[in-house]
Design a protein around this ligand. Structure first.
Ligand code: 5GP
Length: 204
């Protein structure tokens, strides 16, 4: 039988690159992709809903989940913890549903180090100037936060080469199409088809 386990798709990119817009469009177009809801210790922003945008946890609750082996990965970002609860990801993948994680670089690389069977995609801005413009235009953050995010953004972009694919978000539609093509190609990877090939060969 072909490998029907859902793909694990890891998506990263600097703050301001447009990840959320890309994700929303991708999820609208692809019925079989589920977005993993992360846990975080940061406070909810206006309009964010617990269990929907994030599971908002205390530091104690977060660390208990980590110590119990309940996180697929976790990292500290801008003074808060963020992590991917493992159980929901495993359940969806077992049902054949693709799961996408929108996470920062250090968490993504933890997944890579564990040799998890995952697809790593990094979103780049068309230029440094464009990223700065988008960050400032958001107006949801004060100058100190924007500067801190810019510094982290530069670090994240310096690690883009460790991903499997890099998608430039110049035009939203094209970026989404690129990601869909990458996912389609990953479904046909020889590695993923190994068991199927063996079955065909051994079923003379
Ligand atoms: P924000 O506070 O803006 O929602 O997210 C800040 C950063 O945390 C973003 O780069 C986002 O990708 C990352 N992030 C969100 N959830 C997770 C997670 O579960 N694990 C890791 N490692 N990073 C996450």
């Amino acid at each position: 039988m072909k490998n029907n386990r859902g793909l694990l798709i890891v998506l990263s990119g600097p703050s301001g690159v447009g990840k959320d817009t890309i994700l929303n469009s991708l999820l609208e177009k692809s019925q079989n992709i589920k977005l993993s809801v992360s846990a975080t210790t940061r406070s909810p922003r206006a309009g964010e809903v617990d269990g929907d945008d994030y599971f908002f946890l205390t530091e104690k609750e977060f660390k208990t989940l980590v110590n119990d082996g309940g996180m697929l990965e976790y990292a500290e970002y801008n003074g808060n913890y963020y992590g991917t609860p493992k159980k929901a990801v495993e359940e969806s993948r077992a049902l054949g549903q693709d799961v996408i994680l929108e996470i920062e670089v250090n968490g993504a690389m933890q997944i890579k180090e564990k040799s998890e069977d995952a697809l790593f995609i990094f979103i780049m801005p068309p230029s440094r100037q464009e990223l700065m413009r988008r960050l400032v235009d958001r107006k949801t953050e004060d100058e100190a936060t924007i500067n801190a995010r810019l510094e982290v953004a530069e670090y994240e972009m310096s690690r883009a080469g460790e991903y499997d694919y890099v998608v430039v978000n110049e035009k939203l539609d094209k970026a989404v199409e690129d990601i869909q093509s990458i996912i389609d190609a990953a479904k046909c990877s020889a590695k993923r088809a190994k068991k199927f090939i063996d079955e065909v060969l051994n079923n003379a």
